[in-house]
Design a binder for this molecule. Structure first.
Ligand SMILES: Cc1ncc(COP(=O)(O)O)c(C=O)c1O
Length: 383
């Protein structure tokens, strides 16, 4: 079993997460885990550095073949190496997709709350964002299918995030089938951000929307990466799977001199992750699933006014703090009075200013400390 309990000081290492706040603040915001990457990945990078030529990179055939085999094994999804387009990130990928396939004024559906760069992307290209809210229930986040159906009629693309950031929702096969059917009916492009696909809990299975039918395969741009699962986001490597050749060609043209080739060490790290780090991943997943349960139990015991619907995936928890009736938004409140830095709910949609996103991808001791800081901040208020 890998040791995920040890807390390592990440300050002054150029970590975005640990540089944002003063040193007395515990950062629990950006989706970056406080675990070292798998030793197999670190070894692969060291080995690559023994050949100290670090010019422009290109994915080796071995990497494409490894991804093809991985998608087949995990999802029974048969893709060809040519269907894969390597990218320096998933975020550039969904922006390229919108730019390539839509025209100014077109509608883009998103489901809120959602990761801020997804919320912001349509406006970068003069597109109109159409929000369809997820419905919070005690049994998880659900789709409002009537709302979705009505809004998809006006949408040229659906930019879906599955598993979902920040709610941790895993779309079920039935939900995805309903979405794919509606997209077929309206001829809507599917852009599916599946960056969190390897982080699903409780034995659930991730279903790539492109695997549902040949029509879905033909209208979907899927975006994936080893970045979140293996904690290598700083290495800037991701990929799109686009089985429709015409869409793939348009997409690729939209690099536009801005989306560069992929980091050469990121490509090596991705290959090592998918080839050698399966055991590390299984251990890490068990650890963060236990963290999820620990956080839910702590909140139920010590912060019962907070509504937390358990994440089905990701290392992110979405907390509804409305009932706390705080004097300011919860992110500012807990930062000021608890010295703990979460992501603000409003980052995920203007109407979520009473929410918080907590990153629980960290050693249990840090998670416990984060909860303690919240509790202390609330106790100080009631003194
Ligand atoms: C849903 C989602 N998409 C994309 C990204 C960013 O991916 P990248 O760093 O590969 O652009 C993140 C990072 O948190 C994310 O949560």
């Amino acid at each position: 079993m890998v040791d995920f309990d040890t807390v390592v000081d990440r300050r002054n290492t150029g970590s975005s997460k640990w540089s944002k706040y003063p040193s007395d603040v515990l950062p629990m915001w950006v989706a970056d885990m406080d675990f070292p990457s798998a030793p197999e990945i670190v070894e692969a990078i060291k080995k690559r550095l023994e050949h100290p030529f670090l010019g422009y990179g290109v994915a080796r055939e071995e990497l494409s073949a490894c991804i093809v085999a991985d998608l087949q094994a995990k999802y029974d999804w048969a893709v060809s190496p040519e269907d894969i387009v390597f990218l320096p990130g998933v975020e550039p990928g969904f922006n390229m997709a919108l730019k390539a396939m839509l025209s100014a004024g077109d509608g883009v559906l998103v489901q809120t709350p959602v990761y801020r760069p997804i919320l912001n992307a349509p406006a970068h290209w003069g597109l109109t964002r159409i929000d369809s809210p997820l419905v919070a229930t005690d049994d998880g986040y659900k789709l409002d299918l009537d709302d979705l159906a009505a809004k998809l009629e006006r949408s040229k693309a659906f930019l879906v995030c599955n598993p979902q950031n920040p709610t941790g929702k895993v779309y079920t096969r039935e939900e995805l089938t309903a979405i794919a059917t509606l997209c077929e009916r309206n001829d809507t492009l599917l852009i599916s951000d599946e960056i969190h696909c390897d982080l699903v809990f409780d034995g659930r299975k991730h279903v790539p929307v492109a695997t549902l039918s040949s029509d879905a395969a033909n209208r979907t741009i899927t975006l994936m990466s080893a970045a979140k699962t293996y904690n290598i986001a700083g290495l800037k490597a991701a990929f799109a799977v686009i089985q429709n050749k015409a869409i793939r060609e348009k997409f690729t043209q939209c690099r536009l001199g801005m989306v560069d080739s992929v980091n050469i060490l990121g490509l090596e790290a991705t290959l090592a992750a998918y080839t050698h780090a399966k055991e590390w991943k299984a251990d890490m997943l068990a650890y963060i699933q236990a963290n999820r349960d620990f956080l839910s139990a702590e909140i139920a015991s010590y912060l019962p006014q907070i509504r937390l619907i358990k994440a089905e995936a990701t290392f992110l928890a979405w907390l509804d703090c409305s009932a706390l009736d705080l004097p300011s938004d919860p992110q500012s409140f807990f930062l000021q009075h608890g010295k703990v830095g979460f992501s603000a709910g409003s980052d995920f949609g203007a109407e979520f200013s009473n929410h918080l996103r907590v990153n629980f991808g960290c050693p249990r001791a840090l998670l416990q400390e984060g909860v303690n800081r919240m509790v202390r901040a609330l106790q100080a208020r009631s003194l």
